[in-house]
Design a protein around this ligand. Structure first.
Ligand code: G16
Length: 543
């Protein structure tokens, strides 16, 4: 078998964003776009030479082709062993679990997460380090720097290999093992949760509906929820992974998980509803006629750790991303455990988890997870809720209301303005930032501004500093307004506006979240000259 060294020209736009390099499929399809990025991974991550690589993706359009390219390039770059999920499939948390279990030198995950797929959709690639987590900024920057000067890539000349059967191949000196993508993950879940209690709950007539959104979690949910826990067939909907996610938008929120939302807010709704995204790391939790915000979900997970076998007696700290509501902070305060505030991006939790400083972490963007892997984990969160429900024998709404009564309620919403012009978005952010110094001490929307800044984070473990992580306006009564530009979009810019208000006694408050937050929402738009600068009078998505 020949190793070809192919001359190439560098691209200037291969800087990974919040979570890996995400672009339109058509961009990746143009050789050598993918090849260059993969070569930059092999050139900079030298331990892969002679090492083991985990490889898989969420099954979106172009996944299979990319897997074949990466296998051939791994062989040409001296990788000793590749563990690839059957069919090229691995959910992001399952890939993380596998990197850790087999103590590999890292993994390549192919996904653009919750972004739509298909020939006109998005594709993505990211490298996860041996701890199982997304590479930290130092690593992604090194990869990016290398892409700017790369002038050749190496690839082995060979026909595509069979990745659809559990088998082994030898390619030159490299071994490729095609593995069951579900088995190791399901086993890990059985170690963490009380499967007997959950089975009993379901046998007693508790009904659940899990929407896999035609994405990666279908096979995992069928195996765990239906086969191992005994939920009736049909409890998992849209369970067959499709290359274009059935034409849908695999983002588990109230807008895109339409079918699930219709069931959960309809007559005779199931007791628990949940959905996960393209690559299986996000989750949305619903009760009958009830939506749990991701920020509240994180707080509930932390507050109920004693009920779950894998976490009993070991909760020493939690972390949330800066724009996530402060609900979990209240729990940490009461439990007298550490609580960290990090920038947006799961990679920022990695050091805290590795150092044993936290057990749980989560984000407003429908992500929660723990130290069992180094990614957020959609199905894990669903099982966690199921475990709590099995022990407490209350409904989702009752658990949430009891939580608010004990800790107070953080009213919270995120407004997304998708696909606005880059210049307009940057101008808006600069305009807000220029006003921050003058805002402190002013009385606005019924409270005093106590701080206003551009969030920057100093990692308490390695001391690295990440600046420009979002503009925050914090009020004396605990309210917050935050402006951020998304780092995961592939077209124009997405402005995210995060609004929060804390009520110690939620019983006093009348109205739905959007009404409660109306004053702050208007203020946020005024400060940013939002309508004038974006031409938009309403957000694209509200969560
Ligand atoms: C990724 C990151 C998350 C982040 C989310 C949204 O999630 O892993 O940490 O919260 O993007 O980021 P942004 O606000 O920059 O768009 P995923 O599920 O897309 O991998």
């Amino acid at each position: 078998m020949n190793i070809n060294t192919v001359k190439t020209t560098p691209f200037t736009d291969q800087r990974p964003g919040t979570s890996g390099l995400r672009k339109k499929v058509a961009v990746f399809q143009q050789p050598p776009y993918l090849h260059n990025f993969v070569q930059a991974i092999f050139d900079t991550q030298v331990s892969l030479k002679g090492g083991t690589l985990v490889l898989g993706g969420d099954g979106r359009y172009y996944n299979r082709e990319a897997i074949q390219v990466i296998i051939k390039m791994a062989a040409a770059n001296g990788v000793a062993r590749v563990l690839v999920g059957r069919g090229g499939l691995l959910s992001t948390p399952a890939a993380s679990a596998m990197i850790r279990k087999y103590e590999t030198q890292g993994g390549i995950i192919l996904s653009a997460s919750h972004n739509p797929g298909g020939p006109d959709g998005d594709f993505g690639i990211k490298f996860n380090t041996p701890n199982g987590g997304p590479a930290a900024e130092g690593v992604t920057e090194a990869i990016f720097e290398h892409t700017k000067t790369l002038h050749e890539y190496r690839i082995m000349e060979l026909p595509d290999i069979d990745i659809d059967h559990l088998t082994e191949h030898t390619i030159g000196t490299m071994r490729v093992e095609v593995i069951d993508p579900v088995a190791d993950y399901a086993e890990l879940m059985e170690q963490l949760f009380d499967f007997a209690a959950m089975r009993a709950l379901i046998q007693g007539g508790f009904r659940l509906c899990f929407d896999a959104m035609h994405a990666i979690t279908g096979p995992y949910a069928h195996e765990i929820l239906e086969r191992r826990l005994g939920a009736p067939a049909g409890s998992v909907i849209n369970g067959e992974p499709k290359q274009d996610f059935g034409g849908g938008h695999p983002d588990p929120n109230l807008t895109y998980a339409e079918e699930l939302v219709a069931q959960m807010f309809g007559a005779d709704a199931p007791d628990l509803g949940a959905a996960s995204d393209g690559d299986g790391d996000r989750n949305m939790i619903l009760g009958a006629n009830f939506f749990v915000t991701p920020s509240d979900s994180l707080a509930v997970l932390a507050a109920n750790a004693e009920l779950v076998p894998g976490y009993r007696g070991r909760l020493n700290g939690v972390a949330r991303s800066m724009p996530t509501s402060c609900a979990v902070d209240k729990v940490a305060e009461k439990l007298e455990i550490a609580c960290f505030e990090t920038p947006t991006g799961w990679k920022f939790f990695g050091n805290l988890l590795d150092a044993g400083r936290i057990v749980f972490c989560g984000e407003e963007s429908f992500g929660s997870g723990s130290d069992h892997v180094r990614e957020k984990d959609g199905l894990w969160a669903v099982l966690y809720w199921l475990n709590i429900l099995a022990v407490r024998q209350q409904s989702v709404a009752e658990i949430m209301k009891a939580h608010w009564a004990e800790y107070g309620r953080n009213y919270y919403t995120r407004h997304d303005y998708e696909g606005i012009g880059l210049e307009a978005a940057r101008g808006l952010m600069a305009h807000v930032e220029s006003q921050l110094p003058q805002l402190v001490g002013r009385e606005l929307a019924g409270s005093t501004v106590s701080y206003a800044d551009n969030f920057s984070y100093r990692d308490p473990v390695d001391g690295s500093v990440s600046r420009n992580q979002g503009l925050r306006i914090g009020f004396a009564d605990g309210s917050r307004i935050i402006y951020r530009l998304s780092g995961t979009g592939t077209e124009g810019a997405t402005l995210r506006l995060y609004i929060e208000h804390y009520e110690a006694d939620p019983g006093r408050v009348r109205g739905e979240t959007q009404q409660v937050l109306a004053g702050l929402i208007t203020l946020a738009a005024e400060i940013a000259e939002l309508r004038e600068r974006t031409g938009r009078s309403a957000p694209t998505v509200i969560t």
